[in-house]
Design a protein around this ligand. Structure first.
Ligand code: 5AD
Length: 344
């Protein structure tokens, strides 16, 4: 098995059957080994830097009804909010004071966040913070819309593909959502010039190891600049309320596999990982991740953006969270970088 890992390191690619063997046969010892290999690769490109993305969750309105997600349209227990431009800029000021050089504007698919609103917001942020990257994560939009947002000054776009397997996709989403459209969105984003992020959840209901291999092969095709993956965690008001969470270990294994496949990619240690494991951020970084995404929202809004239960750090202020993350990252002898952390 170690030979398989070495071959992946050298070729940055394995055959389907080999990926499957790696996923199926990974024990505790091999996980330790591949985590180390991935860490060494990350180190050669990024040293001990961990890039920081300040997350601003703009809206929890969503037109979609994904079966796993707590802010799905049908969830009437959500107190919906949409930030005003001035509130977003306040989050940016706070982020800037913490020397954060990427803002991530994330939200549900909210029809009122139209191009005009977003262009104005992006231009305002761009005007005040020349040296800060603007990342969008607003779901599926038309190619024209993506183009307009890019032109307004956004640099990056995150759109997880969630699962590359069409049958599995159909078991996680209502019939009006199409895996082909989502994949096409990713191709459009790349073509426009965005640094583009894809990714999947680990351990969603019905997911098999074959599905995860489909994800790896799809990512090989897309060649994303950023890859976000975290374990599935049930949310009590969704159809998947009683499903088990995804595995922390498989998430860490996949982070390492992806680091070996994509040495220069920006890969976060996600909040979902940190929610399931108390040392999740640290273990993510030590498995080859190189990004963390602290939240810049005031507590009153953070507590309304509950896509899964138990979400990490929603009851502490952004300043407290940043301080805590800094301490944790430094405890494993890495440091929080104050650079933009673009794709090298
Ligand atoms: N558990 C874990 N991750 C989730 N996401 C949505 N719902 C859940 C959940 N219940 C992820 C999706 C989405 C990202 C913002 O959060 O992958 O793209």
């Amino acid at each position: 098995m170690k030979q398989l890992v070495q071959r992946l390191s050298q070729n940055r690619h394995l055959e389907r059957s080999e990926y499957l063997r790696l996923l199926a046969g990974c024990d505790h010892e091999l996980l330790k080994y591949i985590n180390e290999c991935a860490r060494v690769v990350a180190m050669t490109y990024f040293g001990k830097a961990v890039y920081v993305r300040g997350l601003i969750e703009l809206t929890n309105y969503c037109r979609n009804n994904c079966y796993y997600c707590g802010i799905r349209k049908a969830n009437s227990n959500v107190a919906r909010y949409r930030l005003e431009k001035e509130q977003v800029l306040e989050c940016c000021r706070l982020g800037d004071s913490l020397r954060i050089r990427t803002f991530v504007l994330q939200g549900g698919e909210d029809s009122l966040l139209d191009d005009a609103f977003m262009q104005d917001l992006i231009k305002s942020i761009r005007r005040d913070y020349h040296h800060t990257a603007i990342t969008l994560s607003l779901g599926e939009r038309s190619k024209d819309s993506y183009q307009a947002l890019y032109k307004a000054g956004a640099n990056r776009y995150l759109l997880r593909h969630e699962t590359a397997n069409p049958q599995h996709y159909a078991s996680l989403h209502p019939a009006n959502m199409s895996p082909d459209n989502r994949k096409q969105c990713l191709r459009n984003l790349k073509q426009i010039g965005f640094q583009t992020g894809a990714g999947m959840m680990v351990g969603t209901p019905g997911q098999t190891l074959e599905h995860l291999v489909d994800d790896l092969l799809f990512l090989e095709e897309i060649k994303p600049h950023m890859i976000g993956l975290g374990p599935f965690i049930p949310q009590q008001d969704t159809p998947f309320a009683h499903e088990p969470s995804g595995s922390v270990e498989i998430t860490l294994l996949l982070i390492s596999i992806l680091r070996l496949m994509f040495p220069k990619a920006l890969i976060p240690a996600t909040t979902a990982l940190a929610t399931l494991a108390k040392d999740g951020y640290e273990r993510g970084i030590l498995a080859g991740a190189n990004v963390i995404m602290p939240n810049l929202l005031p507590i009153e809004y953070k507590t309304k953006y509950i896509i899964y239960d138990g979400k990490e750090a929603i009851h502490i202020t952004p300043q407290e969270q940043y301080k805590d993350l800094k301490r944790r990252i430094e405890s494993i002898r890495y440091y929080l970088s104050d650079s933009r952390g673009d794709y090298p």
